[in-house]
Design a protein around this ligand. Structure first.
Ligand code: 0T9
Length: 382
């Protein structure tokens, strides 16, 4: 089962060697053509909402455990898209395009069946290391998810280990005027199948959703662990009396995050069945009249993406070099002028009070993390 084209075996082997002897920012390593994806990492936050109905359902849930489970249900539904969709669409995990500083991606999921319009805005807030910030908002339902992502990678026993840095905060504005906040942390990834040139992701360790009076601890296991199946998880939902959680004892759910899960305690029957229908985001231009600017993902990378898709790697790499050189020149010019790049939609904060307050409840580490605060200037008023 070797997925590496014969002509690229040598370069794949040397790519693997450079990964093995290198830790830090993998995105900057040059990989052989067969493993390149035409999609920039700025498009990945859209995975949080490919089932917009489940996102909207959070607002319609009853106070208390009902809403906590609606949040968990939506969260579980995003994992299949986040971590297995490249295997489905392109045959294996691929190396995404490494966004440039200030790269932007805007999109939405239209209103349907009264779920409301859901809007997405993404900005690459750092190039080195790569950090992506995003906001997903359903205004009519009072839902807002703001987060950022970065990765620390290392190599161990033939696999790439990806520690995700960053977190997301989901804010639910209730009709009563109160706001509920949920802190969402991110799982660890292991990328296997490298040797054969067909990488795939397995999730590992734990992540949390903390808020709404409950702590949900999600444990991830692969083949050969608790259920024996790939992509297994166990979620333990515990009420926190000090945070307004009352009544029932813990609820436990087990299953696979790409297929089905069931209640094993505190409930019965199916919890989640990841339905086949996913709705991909509709990209929109952020400029006036919906025009796409030069820094918008689909426009910026258009020729590189086309080259990769059509197997014209010469054009792809020429275009990629052009973009990278242009970036280097910009940074030089800024340095000479004593200026720095200004972010368009986000401002960095050294620590996140929501992370600190909610993280403490489950004693998550680290106890504090920086954050990117959305600047309330979008969409620009005409
Ligand atoms: C946030 C997600 C993240 C981004 C990607 C590790 C990875 C970059 C980060 C974590 C999203 O919410 C979820 C899914 C996939 C993650 C990517 C998978 C991947 O391989 C890349 C890294 C940087 C590589 O490209 C490694 C080399 C490559 C040849 C392996 C396929």
């Amino acid at each position: 089962g070797d997925a590496v084209p014969a002509s690229q075996r040598g370069s794949w082997t040397s790519f693997l060697k450079s990964i093995a002897s290198f830790s830090g920012d993998l995105s900057s390593l040059t990989a052989p053509p067969f493993i390149l994806s035409p999609t920039s990492l700025t498009e990945f936050p859209a995975y949080w909402c490919e089932r917009p109905d489940l996102f909207a359902a959070i607002a319609d849930a009853k106070d208390g455990e009902d809403r906590t489970l609606a949040v968990l249900n939506w969260f579980i539904s995003t994992l299949k898209d986040q971590y297995t969709s490249r295997n489905e669409s392109m045959g294996s995990e691929k190396k995404p395009l490494n966004p440039v500083l200030g790269e932007l991606f805007y999109g939405n999921w239209p209103d349907k069946n009264d779920r409301g319009l859901t809007e997405l805005l993404v900005e690459q807030v750092s190039h080195h290391p790569p950090i992506t910030a995003y906001i997903i908002e359903n205004k009519s339902k009072g839902l807002r998810l703001v987060g950022h992502n970065a990765q620390k990678t290392s190599f161990s026993a033939g696999s790439i280990i990806v520690k995700q840095i960053g977190h997301a905060v989901l804010t639910v504005s209730l009709p009563s005027g109160t706001k509920e906040e949920y802190l969402i942390t991110l799982p660890r990834l292991r990328i296997d199948g490298l040797w054969y040139g067909s990488p795939y992701i397995e999730l590992a360790e734990t992540s949390y959703i903390i808020g709404g009076g409950h702590v949900s601890l999600i444990e991830y296991k692969g083949k050969g662990y608790f259920s024996g199946k790939s992509h297994s998880f166990k979620a333990t939902v515990t009420p926190m009396p000090g945070m307004g959680g009352q009544g029932k004892k813990e609820t436990v759910i087990e299953g696979t995050w790409h297929e089905k899960s069931q209640f094993v305690k505190g409930g019965s029957g199916d919890f989640h069945d990841v339905h086949a229908v996913k709705e991909q985001v509709s990209p929109i231009g952020g400029g006036e009249g919906g025009e796409m600017g030069d820094f918008e993902t689909r426009k910026l990378w258009a020729l590189v993406a086309k080259g990769i898709r059509e197997g014209d790697f010469e054009t792809a790499s020429k275009e990629k070099s052009r973009i990278e050189n242009e970036q280097r020149q910009r940074r030089k010019d800024e340095q000479a002028a004593g200026t720095t790049w200004e972010l368009k939609h986000f401002a960095q904060l050294e620590s996140d009070p929501v992370y600190e307050r909610l993280g403490k409840v489950a004693k998550i580490v680290p106890p504090t993390e920086d954050t990117y605060v959305f600047q309330e200037n979008w969409p620009p008023v005409a």
